[in-house]
Design a protein around this ligand. Structure first.
Ligand code: NAP
Length: 284
């Protein structure tokens, strides 16, 4: 993550341990790096430990500890084992970032039940398994959990019924666990980002230039988000800088979910997207 964008003071997570699912790539890598550079030990948990190489290098470069753990979040027994190993290594877990997910574009009528189930298993059931196991460890001493959602949890979106349903469940889980665990000093929030650039998203969601342009055209601020921008919000919600925020879903989407104009075209010159051309002359 870039130095210039952070509002969070150095050492904010000193002595803390953060468990980040999918922490070796994309948004997870940005969040792990930022939390590590702010002082946290990082438990990076995902299926392929080869995906953790960059984070391990950054840990060595910037002086934070990384426990690289092979974990499929769909397997409750594995989740239990990795959480136990993390606690044995670092003593406790203070921050959990539920970031791992899978997604692809498929119209509902062409989506096989297996495909629907696979996404629900990772992006919804996995979030529950990890939250439950880590929540049990946070019971004494509190902690913060940040789940990664997506705006179509609230709006729906043609082509991603599997992911929309999973993320809607994650938002319901965020509010429910926030209410259930508040008395234990555990805050639970979610960040709901619009399209931001990662290799995974580009490969699965906008694999051609034409598709990328179509997505871009839906974003009023005229550009994709970055992992740094989204990651900063995630770290803010995970930090002691937001002690009274729990059960919240923070949207960061460049206006992606704002409504379209009543009518398109030049009528009254209502532009949804930020113009990249010179502005039209004011009406006389
Ligand atoms: P990404 O780089 O593909 O990250 C997904 C991560 O999840 C990978 O590190 C992957 O690691 C891990 N993972 C996948 N299945 C897993 C499993 N069964 N068990 C454990 N880990 C698993 O994608 P990203 O774009 O950064 O997305 C990160 C989060 O942001 C996701 O929750 C996504 O839904 C959300 N999001 C993304 C966008 C976007 O435009 N990029 C927009 C809205 C929301 P392994 O392969 O090693 O398992």
């Amino acid at each position: 993550m870039s130095e210039t964008t952070s509002l969070l003071p150095e050492g904010l997570f000193a002595g803390k341990t953060a468990f980040v699912t999918g922490g070796g790539t994309g948004l997870g890598l940005a969040v792990s790096t930022r939390l590590g550079r702010l002082g946290a030990n990082i438990v990076c948990a995902s299926r392929s430990i080869e995906h953790h190489a960059t984070l391990i290098e950054r840990g060595a470069e910037f002086g934070f500890e990384v426990l690289s753990a092979a974990l499929d979040v769909r397997e409750p027994a594995e989740v239990k084992r990795v959480v136990r190993e993390a606690c044995e290594r670092f003593g406790r877990i203070d921050v959990l970032i539920n970031n791992a997910a899978g997604n692809f574009i498929r119209p509902a009528m062409l989506l096989a039940p297996k495909g629907f189930k696979a996404v629900i298993d990772i992006a919804l059931n996995g979030v529950f398994y990890v939250s439950r196991e880590v929540g049990r460890r946070m019971r004494d001493g509190g902690g913060t959990i940040v789940n990664i959602s997506a705006p179509y949890a609230a709006t729906g979106k043609p082509g991603v019924v599997h992911s929309a349903c999973a993320k809607a469940g994650v938002e319901a889980m965020t509010r429910t666990l926030a209410a259930e665990w508040a008395h234990l000093g555990i805050r639970v929030n979610a960040v709901s980002p619009g399209p931001f650039v990662t290799a995974g998203a580009a490969e699965r969601l906008w694999p051609s230039q034409e598709m990328e342009q179509q997505v871009l055209d839906q974003i009023p601020l005229g550009r994709f988000g970055t992992t740094d921008e989204v990651g900063e919000l995630v770290c803010l919600l995970a930090s002691p800088a937001t002690p009274w925020v729990t059960g919240a879903v923070w949207l960061a989407d460049g206006g992606w979910t704002l409504p379209e104009a009543m009518v398109r075209g030049d009528v009254g010159r209502i532009d949804r997207r930020r113009p990249t051309d010179p502005p039209p002359e004011a009406a006389s």
